[in-house]
Design a protein around this ligand. Structure first.
Ligand code: GLA
Length: 396
């Protein structure tokens, strides 16, 4: 949690005046990777790492925004609601802020010019959605200032997704922004990315024999730099797969409509790469639904087994893992008290998510850090995370 007094003081020094404060968290995904933009299922949770925004209105239509992380201030006019996407260009942190302004204005929200101070504590480039935390905190702050009350949480998430899709040029799904906006303390969120219907799944003890599992996140310290281009390419491959399958299967709109059995019956329609991509998505969808049911009934061994299958599918079929993520998962799977481990987020670096027996956590942290450092020369960061609440205004 950011030091709110320090933020107020810094805001007053840079811009003058006293700001309103808002926060939004990053997320970890327990299972359901690369399924959101295929209208499938995901099961993320918000994590107790926030981006905090201090904001106050200005009399003109300018944005003045300072990031404490980059020690940089950017001044820009509010973007036109018809601004073109940035795809193909280098993305700057302020583009996420401008992207939110773009999406909100396009949605018809009359935004005032603002001064903003942003402080992010979600580890950057680690697959824990620092960009969604930035977008959602900025959107909540700005819409509250503009209209007195923000739009509904789901609308907020959709607007932030469109900021990223249509302004930043990253064709992400809804999962990250949804988890950041709608997180519920102590719960994972099972989201149907087609209907946007969602249910909370408690991460609590279900009986004396199955106490609450702990979510432990292991950061490989490899930044997922390749992710942008490769991400958009995977998304295209899924669309190509659907196009090829519709030659015989007229009723399908997305891979959500294809079961593993149906895919097997029609695999001759796909080249080997597209077949692997599609196989990951359709099997992953089944794993999410099965994992949510198992988590509800306290069957953590089954949840863990599904997490392991998910990792192998991402590694071999979707090809978005990397040596360091594979190593971190292998190390975890050999430790006591681990139900399951897998890469989390877009891939190509970043973090693994581990479901670990509460009593086994201290030993797990110690051993995995030691063994990973021995093998790679890099000390990993380990975060033991309880699922957190989504975005909120902070008390004055
Ligand atoms: C990134 C995207 C999400 C999702 C994941 C992969 O985090 O922003 O929308 O596609 O990758 O599951």
């Amino acid at each position: 949690m950011a030091d709110l007094h320090a933020m107020r003081r810094e805001f007053a020094e840079i811009f003058g005046g006293s700001p309103a404060l808002f926060r939004a968290p990053g997320r970890v995904n327990l299972i359901g990777e690369h399924t959101d933009y295929n209208a499938g299922w995901v099961m993320p949770a918000a994590i107790p790492f926030d981006t905090t925004v201090a904001i106050a209105p200005r009399a003109d239509a300018m944005l003045r925004v300072r990031s404490t992380n980059f020690a940089e201030t950017v001044e820009a006019p509010l973007p036109d609601a018809r601004a073109p996407p940035k795809s193909g260009q280098m993305v700057h942190w302020a583009d996420y802020v401008l992207g939110v302004a773009f999406a909100l204005r396009r949605h018809g929200i009359a935004l005032p010019g603002v001064d903003m101070l942003i402080h992010g504590e979600v580890p950057l480039g680690s697959g824990l959605s620092s960009s969604a935390a930035l977008e959602v905190s900025v959107a909540l702050a700005w819409t509250t200032l503009a209209a007195g009350s923000p739009p509904g949480r789901l609308t907020l998430a959709k607007l932030c997704q469109s900021a990223e899709n249509d302004y930043v040029g990253m064709r992400c799904g809804i999962m990250d922004q949804f988890a950041s906006a709608c997180g519920v303390v102590g719960h994972a969120l099972l989201l149907d990315c087609r209907s946007l219907e969602h249910h909370t799944v408690p991460l609590a003890a279900t009986s004396e024999r199955s106490p609450a599992p702990q979510i432990v996140i292991c950061n490989t310290m490899v930044r997922h730099r390749l992710a942008g281009g490769e991400f958009n390419r995977r998304r295209r491959e899924c669309e190509d797969g659907v196009r090829a399958l519709t030659r015989r299967l007229s009723g399908i709109r997305t891979l959500r409509d294809v079961s593993p059995v149906l895919l097997r019956e029609h695999e001759h329609l796909l080249d080997p790469v597209l077949l692997r991509r599609c196989r990951h998505v359709v099997t992953e969808n089944d794993r999410v639904v099965a994992a949510a049911a198992a988590l509800r009934s306290g069957d953590l061994a089954t949840v863990g087994g599904l997490m392991g299958e998910s990792h192998r599918s991402l590694r071999d079929d979707y090809e978005v893992s990397c040596d360091e993520l594979d190593l971190m998962v292998r190390l975890a799977e050999n430790l006591d008290g681990v139900y399951g481990a897998r890469m989390t987020g877009g891939g190509f670096g970043g973090c693994t998510v581990n479901l670990v027996e509460a009593d086994a956590v201290p030993r797990f942290e110690e051993l995995i850090a030691e063994r990973y450092a021995q093998a790679t020369g890099h000390r990993p960061e380990i975060y033991v995370c309880a699922a957190a609440d989504g975005a909120a205004a902070l008390d004055p």
